[in-house]
Design a protein around this ligand. Structure first.
Ligand code: DP6
Length: 367
């Protein structure tokens, strides 16, 4: 018999940014965050996981430590083998998933001993990893979803429980287990038991909101987010203000805006939070610059479009947000998108922005 499962997971783009860890090993954040999950047509990771005794079989070793040394889990990312380091994030995620399967097997001895067998895992992104677009979020979410499917853990193990494990792969990955509007509750506990993702609203609640990704540069970014955010934690006084004063109020307000489908408030908070996050990067020593001149001119264009629209009493037309790179993600009601794209093309005639609309999508799922 073949034990294998394939799952895909989408990218999510935060509107309240995660930036900073209170525990770097468990990946526990310094603040809550909130994101919108994109559809899987344009940006997604697909992962296939297979368990087989020929990949190593722990049951043939009496002592657990000796056995672990013989486990031959292997993983390929976009066709290249990725080393599973003994104390790395991949190892931790796989071990946590294997533990859940082992618990299930001990309750039901008729199940095949998948938890004792080695794994072969293949993961592919349908977008270039170097594009500066979050690939770790969809990658780890797809890894966790495929192992959950292989090990038949759901529905006993909930998506929020799985998000707690995906979080240990990459913080932002925990939010890609859900579709629509998703909050990562940072939690208080030292063991991370309350640091997990929850659905704020399904995509069906506000399907009208669309996203447009403007790829300003597909060069690999300068400071990786993992290193950059800890430098900010260690050196930025502004981050402390962000954690204590700025984010808690914004989380409450943007959650309410989503519930009411209030685009004006959603847009205002999204842009303010992107700017506050990049201000914290600038407040880091030495400073971190993610946005470039093109990023900043897109900010000015969006502000100008909104100002003109508000002058007519029509409210905001769109919002921008930037992650740890120069690419803009624009959020807008679907009906505004054709005009937005036209304006952007007018002002950036030579730019080859990715003009794909990313309709809000579902979270990780079996395919
Ligand atoms: C700017 O999730 O990539 O995109 O937990 O160290 O893997 P690690 O960091 P990562 O950081 C994402 C930062 C961000 C903001 C966000 O997605 O909330």
């Amino acid at each position: 018999e073949i034990y294998q499962a394939t799952c895909s997971a989408p990218v999510n783009i935060a509107v309240i940014k995660y930036w900073g860890k209170r525990d770097t090993s468990l990946i526990l954040p310094t603040n809550d965050s909130l994101s919108v999950t994109l559809d899987q047509d344009h940006l997604r990771s697909v992962t296939t996981a297979r368990a087989d005794p020929s990949f190593g079989d722990l049951s043939s070793y009496p002592d657990a430590d000796a056995a672990a040394a013989h486990l031959t889990d292997r993983l390929w990312l976009n066709g290249e083998e990725e080393l599973i380091k003994p104390d790395g994030r991949l190892r931790r995620c796989i071990d946590e998933m294997r533990k859940l399967r082992a618990a299930k097997e001990s309750k039901d001895p008729s199940l095949a001993s998948l938890s004792k067998w080695g794994l072969r895992i293949c993961s592919e992104n349908n977008f270039p990893t170097a594009a500066g677009l979050a690939s770790s979020a969809s990658g780890f979410a797809a890894l966790i979803a495929s192992l959950a499917a292989l090990y038949e853990l759901q529905p006993e193990v909930s998506s929020s429980q799985l998000s707690r494990i995906a979080r240990q792969g990459s913080g932002s990955a925990c939010r890609s287990l859900f579709g629509g509007y998703v909050a990562w509750q940072g939690g208080k506990e030292a063991d991370g038991s309350d640091s997990l993702a929850v659905e704020v609203a399904p995509k069906s609640h506000w399907p009208d909101l669309h996203a447009l990704i403007c790829v300003v540069s597909d060069a690999k970014k300068g400071t990786p987010s993992t290193a950059g955010m800890q430098r900010t934690v260690q050196t930025s006084p502004l981050l402390q203000h962000r954690i204590k004063e700025v984010v808690p109020e914004r989380m409450a307000k943007i959650t309410e805006a989503i519930q009411k489908r209030d685009f004006d408030t959603f847009a205002a908070i999204t842009m303010a939070d992107s700017n506050n996050f990049h201000a914290c990067c600038l407040d880091t020593s030495p400073p971190i610059f993610y946005m470039n001149d093109v990023s900043r001119s897109i900010v000015q264009l969006v502000e100008e479009i909104n100002r003109a629209s508000e002058a007519e009493g029509l409210g905001k037309k769109l919002a921008y947000t930037y992650d740890a790179g120069p690419n803009a993600v624009l959020y807008a009601p679907k009906e505004n998108m054709p005009a937005i794209l036209q304006t952007i093309r007018h002002y950036f005639p030579s730019a080859d922005f990715d003009d794909t609309f990313n309709i809000l999508g579902n979270g990780a799922n079996a395919s």
